[in-house]
Write a protein that binds this ligand. Sequence first.
Ligand SMILES: [Cu+2]
Length: 325
Amino acid sequence: MKQKLILGLLALFLMVPAVMLGQDEMGQPDILITGVWARATAVASMMPESTPEMGMGHMGMDSVEGVSAAYMTIENGGDSVIRLVAAATDAAGLVEIHEVQMENDVMKMRPVEGGIEIPAGGSVELKPGGYHVMLMELKRELVAGEAVSLTLTFEMGEDGETHDIVLGAPILSEPPAVGDLVIVNAWARPTAAAMDMSAESTPEASMSGMAMDSVSAAYMYILNRGAESDRLVAAATDAAGLVEIHEMQMENDVMKMRPVEGGIEIPAGGSVELKPGGYHVMLMQLPRDLLPGQAIMLTLVFESGVEVPVAVPVYDKMNSMSMGH
Ligand SMILES: [Cu+2]
C-alpha cells in the first residue's frame, strides 16, 4: 500500500518534464556520439609512451600528471555541417580540442583552429594520435571504472548557432568495444535534494520528500545496429541499491509507473527512446545524491546475454533544453 502511494507520487515527479521537453516522439538524434571514453590517469602514468598525447604535455615532458584525453566518434546525421568548437568538464580546469600532427618528424599537438568539422552525413573519429579532447589541470585522478561528464559545444549550420551536448565518458585504459547495441544521449535526473524544489514545492513533493531523495531515473536512446532484435531486460549500477526497467502508463486517468514485463524490445535496425513520461531505468535506494556534473556507470543487460556499459551524465536535461532555445 505504502509502496503504491510512493510510486504514484514518484510518477508525478517524473512526469512533469515530459510536457516541458516537448521533444519529438519519433526519430533518432541528428548527432550520434559513440565509443566515448576518457583515459584513466593511473594507467596512463604507468605507460607514458603508450600514446602521443601522454608523452607530450604542454607543461613539458617531465610530467604527465594532471593530463588526460577523451575520444569518441561523432556522426552527423543532419543536413548541415557541424563543428566541435569547445568542451568542458567538472573534472578538469582546462579543456581544449586538440589534434596531433607531424612537424619536422616530430609529433606535436595543438588546439584545432576553428574546431573539428563534421560534414553533413559524415563522421569524424577522435582517437589516440589524432583529434582528441585534451583534459588538463585535472581536479582529481581519473580512475578506471568510473565516469566523467563532458559537455561538448557544437556550432551548427551557417549562422554558427551553438548547441551543447552533455555526455558521459567511461574512464578506461583502452578504447571500449562498440557492438551492435549503441547507447546515445544518456542522462540521469539529479536527485530531488540536488534540484531546487524548495521555493515552489508542491504538496506532493514535500509529502514524499523522504522517498524522492533517494530515487532517480536514467534515460537514453538505444540503437540496434544488428540484424537480430534484442530486449533490454535489466540494468545495474553501483550508484543505486535497486534498479528496475519501468514504463509509465495511464490507468483510470492517473499516470502510473511499473516494471516492464519481459523487458523493452529493441528491433533490429531500429531504436527505442527511454524518456520522461515513458520507459526509464528507475534508480532506487541511492546511497548518495546524484549531483549535476557527475556521471555514473550503468550496465544494461539484454536478453541475448550482451551487457553494455554506459556512462550516464547527471544533469537536469529539461532545464538545460529550455535555456538553450
Ligand atoms: Cu520508474
